[in-house]
Design a protein around this ligand. Structure first.
Ligand code: 13P
Ligand code: SF4
Length: 356
């Protein structure tokens, strides 16, 4: 539906009144009504860099989810404030790894006698204290656009015996290790934080190269290999383009896999008349279909699937956040404490320093 014209006018007026004081970042999964007010759009890697590149902006209004706003706060100066228009915009995947659980896994790796060979890598979709854990234990952050380079970096850290503990998304970890770095499925084990010793034997921990956290994205978990087969049967020329949070089965069957930024660039570069099925969040897929009427673009699922937490940021919340700033009140400021910031910065900086 079209945005409420009154709210559009109010958002525009508030942004104008704030001028350069405010910088609005919009993740690709945001609603159209919000994305129209973003000064920049991007995937989580690009937005982290964009936030760090705006030291002049007093306020960063982050239209995305909580872990992204936390990362922006870590990467911006102490004076800058990061605002998340709705505090309920979390990420269920990020919630699947809590610090105490990760520390238990680390202790189990110590008991198995292998912890000195383990490099912890956290997906950007994780809380700040988990990023800090990686910072103080020789690890790094990665996003879906650099997971392969981050894993190559990790496996080069401790010689031949290196193992990676990867959290919270088992699918990104497995897809990257197997399809990009050439490890086998047998090299990967899954650590279930709800079971004693992760549900693994000491021998399994000693033999594994990739220890994958049992976390997943419920949005990307919906895409199925059956739908890929059906679409290919209906249209043999269709190309399947998916996000690496999809299951290994789906990613293995796809033609192309990459971050939201990669998905957009691929469609922009595609020839007119080509047909595509895209496996990622629906706001983005709809926007791509609208922007490219010369290409056939369909959603890789039979039903509707938005990321409900990304969708919590709507125009009323954005207007409220902006108008509050105009009135001199800061609402929903995301602030990471100094110790966590310092340690998480180390892990984020290792990512930003990766080649490519
Ligand atoms: P991107 O880094 O590709 O933007 O993905 C973030 C995310 O939350 C995907 O579900
Ligand atoms: Fe988290 Fe999945 Fe939503 Fe991305 S799409 S923010 S991983 S729940």
């Amino acid at each position: 539906p079209a945005s409420d014209p009154d709210l559009v006018a109010r958002a525009r007026a508030a942004k104008e009144a704030l001028g350069d004081k405010v910088f609005v970042l919009g993740h690709h999964y945001q609603r159209d009504e919000v994305i129209q007010f973003a000064d920049v759009t991007g995937d989580s890697f690009k937005l982290a860099r964009d936030a760090a590149a705006r030291p002049d902006a007093e306020y960063i209004v982050f239209c995305g989810v909580h872990f992204m706003a936390e990362s922006a706060d870590i990467l911006t100066t102490d004076e800058q404030k990061v605002i998340l228009p709705d505090l309920a915009a979390g990420c269920s995947m990020a919630d699947m790894a809590r610090l105490a659980q990760v520390e238990d896994a680390w202790d189990a790796l110590a008991d198995a006698g292998v912890v000195d060979s383990v490099v912890p890598i956290t997906y950007m979709n994780s809380s700040a204290d988990i990023k800090a854990f990686c910072g103080r234990n020789g690890g790094a952050v990665c996003t879906s656009s650099n997971a392969d380079v981050a894993l190559e970096w990790a496996f080069a850290q401790k010689g031949e015996d290196t193992k990676v503990l990867f959290f919270p998304d088992q699918h990104l970890g497995r897809n990257t290790a197997v399809l990009k770095l050439g490890y086998s499925l047998e090299d990967c084990v899954v650590w279930n934080p709800l079971l004693p010793n992760g549900g693994l034997t000491t021998q399994q921990l000693q033999d594994a190269k990739m220890i994958l956290w049992k976390g997943h994205c419920s949005v990307h978990g919906r895409f199925s290999a059956d739908v890929v087969d059906d679409l290919r049967a209906q249209d043999p020329s269709i190309q399947i383009l998916v996000h690496p949070e999809c299951t290994h089965e789906v990613v293995t069957k796809a033609d192309l896999v990459g971050s939201t930024e990669f998905i957009i660039k691929t469609i922009e570069a595609a020839e007119p008349g080509t047909s595509w099925a895209i496996g990622t969040e629906l706001n983005l897929v709809k926007r791509l279909a609208d922007a490219h009427p010369d290409k056939k673009i369909v959603f890789l699922d039979r039903t509707v699937c938005y990321c409900s937490t990304m969708n919590r940021i709507d125009l009323p919340h954005l207007v409220w956040a902006l108008e509050s700033l105009v009135a001199g009140t800061e609402v929903n400021v995301i602030s990471v404490d100094d110790t966590t910031t310092a340690e998480a910065q180390v892990a984020l900086q290792r990512m930003l320093d990766l080649p490519g």
